[in-house]
Write a protein that binds this ligand. Structure first.
Ligand SMILES: NC(=O)c1ccc[n+]([C@@H]2O[C@H](COP(=O)([O-])OP(=O)(O)OC[C@H]3O[C@@H](n4cnc5c(N)ncnc54)[C@H](OP(=O)(O)O)[C@@H]3O)[C@@H](O)[C@H]2O)c1
Length: 285
């Protein structure tokens, strides 16, 4: 039975993997949150791999506070870059397959067609830069069986996210303004978790293989918010606003759609359409 280490297990993605774990009785999971395994602490990571036998690592741990990262660069780099190196170094002697999650924010967001996995990277904010450095650590390791999955606009019934914020505002206010000139694809963390777990038995390649995984379809944050209000029957008018009317410390990409051609071919399962998955998640909220 394969032993699967899931770091950052209390985050959105980690929690969804935990939820699905029962459906994979042939996998033995080791779920660890920051208290049990702080991946930014080299010594803690080294000691962990001496104590536990691990066959596959799924790194769900990350510093994901995009705006806070602008003024907290040291910590963002520690978790999104240096900690990835810690995990790779500690596991490299045993050549453990490593699944790492990254972001659409590694791209510049100035494009008009979906970003291919090998398109040039040019992150526009600190979070994106540190995530790119984490990716680079994978590519520079020279190891095999590394899987890099970029995703975007992640939400879940677990944790805090855009969907939950909209539900709260939708219940409190008569109207809200939501940005309509940033376009991307939402990702239900449960769909991403399933893709990861289905991929495990098929990890067998040289070096790093990069996949893009989001739900199918494209929308703006305005469309996304409107769908949340409509599906939940909330009586809150959503008004479109331009990015400049909602200034944030971190610059956000205007276009962050990810090209999923390789993923569709590899997965061989239908990736759910974003609104269908949103309905499923909202049933739980
Ligand atoms: N959320 C998005 O919209 C989005 C978009 C694109 C890509 N991604 C990527 O997708 C992955 C999963 O994201 P998510 O939404 O599940 O993130 P999340 O909900 O923020 O979960 C991340 C988890 O990592 C933990 N963590 C932070 N520092 C750690 C450390 N030093 N050691 C161990 N654990 C640590 C966090 O714990 P604390 O909460 O206690 O700090 C949290 O439980 C990440 O790689 C993220 O960069 C996310």
């Amino acid at each position: 039975m394969l032993s699967i280490l899931v770091t950052g297990a209390k985050g959105q993605l980690g929690s969804e993997i935990f939820f699905l774990a029962d459906q994979y009785p042939f996998l033995n999971f080791i779920f660890v949150d920051k208290n049990l395994l702080d991946i930014s602490d080299r010594q803690v990571v080294d000691d962990f791999f001496k104590e536990y036998e691990v066959d596959v690592i799924i790194n769900c741990a990350a510093y994901t506070a995009v705006d806070k990262a602008e003024s907290d660069q040291v910590m963002a780099k520690k978790v999104n870059h240096l900690a990835v190196k810690n995990l790779i170094d500690a596991s490299s002697k045993q050549k453990i397959p490593f699944i790492h999650i990254s972001t659409d924010y590694v791209f510049d967001g100035k494009g008009f067609k979906p970003y291919a996995t090998d398109d040039p990277k040019d992150p526009q904010n600190v979070y994106g830069k540190t995530k790119m450095q984490g990716e680079d650590a994978l590519f520079q390791s020279g190891l095999d069986n590394l899987m890099l999955i970029r995703t975007s606009w992640v939400y879940s019934s677990f944790g805090n996210n855009f969907v939950k914020t909209m539900l709260r505002l939708g219940a409190e206010r008569e109207s809200i303004g939501v940005i309509d000139d940033q376009v991307g694809s939402p990702t239900y963390a449960r769909d991403l978790a399933r893709f990861i777990l289905e991929s495990i038995p098929r990890i067998n390649w040289e070096g790093v293989k990069t996949f893009h995984f989001t739900n199918e379809g494209v929308c703006s944050w305005f469309d996304f918010a409107k769908a949340i209000m409509d599906i939940k029957g909330l009586n809150c008018k959503v008004n479109p606003i331009p990015t400049e009317n909602y200034p944030t410390p971190a610059k956000r990409p205007h276009y962050s759609v990810l090209d999923k051609r390789d993923t569709r071919e590899f997965y061989r399962q239908e990736i759910p359409y974003w609104r269908d998955s949103l309905e499923k998640c909202l049933e739980l909220l």
